[in-house]
Design a protein around this ligand. Structure first.
Ligand code: PSU
Ligand code: MN
Length: 305
């Protein structure tokens, strides 16, 4: 399957400038229009302001796009027809020539195919509350794709202690970026420890070098807490999350529809406070990922794999 690079991303490749991949499920399924489009544009601007090139990864009419041009971006943002593509849906959307928003799992795989070493998201998927068998494909994808994944931890709608356990089982190092606790998406703190704390982009690059020289295939999960002004302490969001989870249960919402439903419901219940936090952390994560991309760019590529 050919990957289609946008004009900007192929330019950056030729010039050897750092590229940061963005997932597109947040555009098609995570945030409502027009907040979704605005947020992606702000993420792209933040990445460019740090001298890196953003590459939104998505499926457009069955084509795998590494970087999406403005017209298609707007269609993906407006239309609710795109398929939410994790790894299992990728061949379906490609063969059927559909539009698709790629989750962390699918984006990581496609970024890796494209030779991109870092991607950014809001929160990774994980183990769902009360449903220990509903485990996001993000976790297995992280375990087999040697990327740097910048996020604000796992989404607060999940069972975070079980998600941390599942990451441990899969050998994914959890890196706190300026923090000692695993961030809980809307909240800066979760009470759960990270495996290592770093405070600079260079320290992340050092970890990537060590990972690569050991021949390991796991992503580094670099966790950046939501900016302080937007932090919603865990005890303040707990009731809304519990209510949203109960509503999903009552309405019989399952599988891949759960995450988009819960995000939208929590936003409703918090009067959009959670959505503002989501947008702020996405933009901040984009900026941090571009800074890390610059530090990683000068490193030798992993060999022998
Ligand atoms: N981060 C956000 N909003 C989102 C997501 C992440 O701020 O909508 C998406 C990601 O694409 C992630 C997906 O991979 O939710 C997880 O879905 P699931 O639990 O169905 O694997
Ligand atoms: Mn799931």
């Amino acid at each position: 399957m050919d990957l289609m690079f946008s004009r900007e991303t192929s330019g950056a490749r030729l010039e050897g400038r750092p590229i940061v991949a963005l997932e597109s499920a947040l555009l098609t399924h995570g945030l409502p229009f027009p907040a979704n489009l605005e947020t992606v544009q702000r993420m792209e601007a933040a990445i460019r302001s740090e001298g890196a090139e953003p590459a939104l990864i998505a499926v457009v009419g069955g084509q795998i796009r590494i970087g999406v041009e403005a017209e298609d971006l707007e269609r993906l943002a407006r239309g609710r027809s795109a398929r939410k593509c994790s790894v299992r849906e990728l061949p379906i959307a490609a063969a059927r020539k559909e539009d698709g928003g790629t989750t962390v799992a699918a984006t990581a795989w496609l970024a890796h195919l494209a030779g991109i070493r870092i991607m950014v998201t809001g929160g990774i998927g994980g183990v769902h509350r009360g449903q220990p068998f509903d485990v996001s494909a993000d976790l297995d994808a992280l375990a087999r794709t040697p990327l740097i994944v910048v996020c604000s931890g796992a989404k607060a709608i999940l069972d975070l202690p079980l998600t941390i356990e599942a990451l441990e089982t899969r050998g994914v190092p959890v890196v706190g970026y300026g923090c000692d606790e695993f961030p809980a998406f809307y909240s800066r703190r979760s009470g759960l420890p990270v495996d290592v704390r770093v405070d600079t982009p260079q320290e992340v690059a050092d970890l990537a070098v060590a990972r690569d020289s050991l021949g390991l295939s796991e992503s580094l999960l670099v966790c950046v807490p939501v900016p302080k002004e937007f932090d919603i302490p865990a005890e303040e969001i707990a009731d809304s999350v519990a209510q949203a989870v109960a509503d999903a249960e009552k309405m019989g919402i399952r599988g891949k529809a759960i995450t988009p439903f819960l995000l939208a419901r929590v936003s409703e219940l918090t009067g959009q406070r959670s959505e503002r936090a989501n947008r702020a952390l996405l933009e901040n994560n984009a900026r941090v990922s571009a800074q890390i991309a610059a530090a990683v760019q000068s490193l030798p590529r992993a060999r022998n794999r």
